[in-house]
Design a binder for this molecule. Structure first.
Ligand code: ARG
Length: 563
C-alpha cells in the first residue's frame, strides 16, 4: 500500500464531510525532517468549516485517527503528522519486492495499448550525430517504460534515407566519387562528397540543377540512381548497426522515409480531394493560417518533401498499429515541423492526431557549444563510445585489477556511463558532454549506481546465509527506513517517468536510492548480529539490487554483478 493511500485511509472517515479522497491526497506532504514523521497533513483547509484553528484541528485529529500501519499521530502546530510502523511496512515491502522480483513496479494499467515510438532516425550518408544519440537513448528508455507500464511499444527507426540531398550526393559521386574509397570508409567519404558538392555549387549553379534532377530520377525509379542510393544506404546501415550493437538497442521496424515512397501519391491525392492543397509559386502547399508558414507538400518539380513523408508515415502507422499513442523523439528544433504535421492531419479529419506527441529534447554541448560534425573532421559516435569503454577499462584496472571478464564489464560500464549521463538530465535541458565526469565512480554517474548494485551483490554472495525471505520480520533503524521509503516509491516513479516521457525521473531516483544504500551500508554492519537480524538486512539488500537492476534496465543500462 502506498503511503499516501494509508494516510487517506486513516483520515477519510474524520474529514469526509469537508474533503474528498482526492483532496486529501493532494494535501498530503512528506515532512522535511524525519522527527516530524513520515506523512504530514496540513489542517488549514478544515478551519473554516469546523470554525476552529488549524492547530486545534490537528490536535483533535491526532487523538481520533488510527490505522493498522500507523504507529502514532502527532499534532505539530497546524499539521497532523503520522509515523508509520517501520517494522511492519519494511517486512511487507521486502516480501513484496523479493517475491515480485523484476516485476516489482510493473503496471497493468495500459494493458495492450500500443505506443508507437519513432526514435533514433539518423540520416544515411552522414555520421550518427550526438543529437541522434540523445533520441536513441531517450526513445529506447521510453519504450522500456511503456512496456513496464503495461503498454505494447512499437519501436520504429524512421531513417532519413530519402530527399533531395540524395540526388545531390549521387551527382557528387558521379563527378568526384571513387568506389574503393566509399567502401573503405563509407560515411566520412560520403560526407566529404556532400560537403564538396555544396561548396562547388555556390560557384556552379548547374550542379544544383543536376542534383535535383537525380532526385527526380530517384523518385521516378531510375535504375542507376536507385542502385547508387541503395549502396549508400547499405554502407550507412552497416555503420549505424555497430552503434546500435554497442548500445544494445534494437528496433521493431526500420522504416525510413523511403518506405513511404509508394504511399505518398495517395496522400497528395487525398489532400487535393479534401480541398486542402494550394498552389504557391509553383509548389503545392497546405495553408495553415494567417501568420503561420504553410506546410510544403510538393516541390515545383513534383518531388516530395520531409513533411509529405511524415504525413504518409502517420497515416500508415495509424492504419497498421491502431496506436493509443505515437511519440516522436526528435530534437526541439523540429517543433514547427511536428506542429504542422499534426495540424494537417487534423484538417484531413483525422482526430487521432490528438494521440500524437512530439517529445523534444535539448542539445548536447561540448565546452558550452553545440557539438557538431566539423567540416572534414568527423566525430564518429562509435569512437566516442569506444573511448568511454577504454576509459572505463583503465578505471577498473586500477580499482579492481583481479576482475574477471574485464572486457565485458568495461563495455557495460563505459556505455552505461554515456547513456546515464544523458538520461539523468531532464530531456529539455542541454547536456554537457564530459567523458571524464560521466565515468566517475562517485557522484551523479551511471558507474556509481552500477557500483552500488555490484557492492550489494558481492555482500549477498559472500554472506554464507543468504536472506531467508520467509523469515523476514522487518527493520526499524533510521538508515534502513530511508532505503525502504525509497523502495516503496519505485512503482510511482515508473509511472511518473512514462506519464512525463521523462527517463530522468528514473535516473534521479536511482541516484537517491544509491545514496541511501551507501549511507545505510556505511552506518550498519550488515554481516553482524544474530541470524534473524542478518537475514533482514540481507533481504533488504536483495530488494535493493532488484530495484537498482530493474531501474538501470529501464534506462537501457546493464548491471554487472561485479566491477
Ligand atoms: N532524420 C531526421 C533528422 O535527423 C529525424 C526524423 C524524425 N522522425 C520523423 N518521423 N520525422 O532530423
Amino acid at each position: 500500500m502506498r503511503f499516501d493511500e494509508i494516510a487517506v485511509d486513516a483520515l477519510e472517515a474524520h474529514v469526509k464531510n469537508v474533503l474528498t479522497k482526492e483532496e486529501i491526497t493532494r494535501l498530503i506532504e512528506t515532512p522535511k525532517h524525519a522527527e516530524h514523521g513520515d506523512i504530514a497533513f496540513p489542517c488549514f483547509q478544515l478551519a473554516k468549516t469546523y470554525r476552529k484553528s488549524p492547530q486545534q484541528i490537528a490536535k483533535e485529529l491526532s487523538e481520533v485517527c488510527e490505522h493498522p500501519f500507523i504507529e502514532k499521530f502527532e499534532a505539530n502546530g497546524p499539521y497532523l503528522n503520522a509515523f508509520l510502523k517501520r517494522k511492519l511496512i519494511s517486512k511487507q515491502l521486502i516480501e513484496k519486492v523479493t517475491q515480485l522480483s523484476d516485476h516489482y513496479g510493473s503496471a497493468i494499467d495500459g494493458i495492450g495499448a500500443r505506443v508507437v515510438i519513432d526514435f533514433s532516425s539518423p540520416n544515411i550518408a552522414k555520421p550518427f550525430s550526438m543529437g541522434h544519440l540523445r533520441s536513441t537513448v531517450i526513445g529506447n528508455s521510453l519504450a522500456l517504460l511503456a512496456e513496464k507500464n503495461g503498454c505494447e511499444p512499437v519501436k520504429i527507426n524512421h531513417l532519413g534515407d530519402w530527399g533531395t540531398q540524395f540526388g545531390k550526393l549521387i551527382a557528387a559521386y558521379k563527378h568526384w566519387g571513387n568506389e574503393a574509397e566509399v567502401k573503405e570508409n563509407p560515411i566520412p567519404t560520403l560526407l566529404k562528397l556532400y560537403v564538396k558538392f555544396h561548396k562547388e555549387s555556390e560557384e556552379n549553379p548547374q550542379l544544383s540543377i543536376e542534383g535535383r534532377g537525380w532526385f527526380k530520377k530517384l523518385e521516378g525509379g531510375d535504375l542507376e540512381a536507385e542502385s547508387l542510393w541503395k549502396w549508400f544506404k547499405d554502407e550507412s546501415l552497416k555503420e549505424f548497426e555497430k552503434v546500435y550493437q554497442m548500445l544494445g538497442i534494437s528496433f521493431d521496424k526500420v522504416q525510413g522515409e523511403s518506405f513511404y515512397n509508394d504511399k505518398m501519391e495517395e496522400v497528395v491525392k487525398e489532400l487535393s480531394e479534401k480541398g486542402l492543397l494550394h498552389e504557391s509559386e509553383g509548389a503545392r502547399v497546405v495553408n495553415l493560417g494567417e501568420d503561420q508558414p504553410p506546410c510544403l507538400i510538393e516541390k515545383t518539380d513534383g518531388t516530395t518533401l520531409y513533411a509529405t513523408r511524415d504525413l504518409a508515415a502517420a497515416i500508415y502507422r495509424y492504419k497498421t498499429y491502431d496506436f493509443q499513442q505515437c511519440l516522436y523523439v526528435v530534437g526541439g528544433e523540429q517543433q514547427l515541423h511536428f506542429e504542422q504535421i499534426f495540424q494537417v492531419l487534423g484538417m484531413m479529419g483525422y482526430d487521432w492526431n490528438k494521440k500524437m506527441t512530439h517529445v523534444p529534447f535539448g542539445l548536447i554541448l561540448k565546452d558550452g557549444k553545440k557539438m557538431s560534425t566539423r567540416k572534414g573532421k568527423v566525430v564518429l559516435l562509435e569512437e566516442v563510445l569506444q573511448n568511454a569503454i577504454d576509459k572505463a577499462k583503465d578505471n577498473m584496472m586500477e580499482k579492481n585489477p583481479e576482475l574477471k571478464n574485464l572486457e565485458d564489464v568495461a563495455k557495460q560500464v563505459g556505455v552505461g556511463a554515456v547513456i546515464f549521463h544523458d538520461l539523468k538530465n531532464e530531456r529539455l535541458g542541454s547536456v554537457e558532454f564530459d567523458l571524464e565526469q560521466m565515468l566517475k565512480f562517485e557522484g551523479d554517474t551511471g558507474p556509481y549506481v552500477q557500483y552500488t548494485n555490484a557492492r550489494c551483490q558481492t555482500i549477498l554472495t559472500k554472506a554464507e546465509r543468504k536472506g531467508h525471505m520467509d523469515k523476514v520480520s522487518g527493520l526499524e533503524d533510521p538508515y534502513s527506513w530511508e532505503v525502504v521509503k525509497l523502495l516503496e516509491r519505485f512503482p510511482t516513479e515508473v509511472k511518473r517517468a512514462f506519464d512525463l516521457y521523462e527517463p530522468s525521473v528514473i535516473a534521479k531516483y536511482l541516484l537517491k536510492l544509491s545514496q541511501a544504500v551507501n549511507t545505510y551500508y556505511g552506518n550498519v554492519k550488515i554481516l553482524q548480529g544474530d541470524a534473524g537480524e542478518k537475514d533482514n538486512k540481507l533481504a533488504l539488500l536483495k530488494s535493493v539490487t532488484i530495484v537498482l537492476q530493474e531501474g538501470l534496465r529501464l534506462l537501457g543500462i546493464k548491471a554487472p554483478k561485479k566491477m
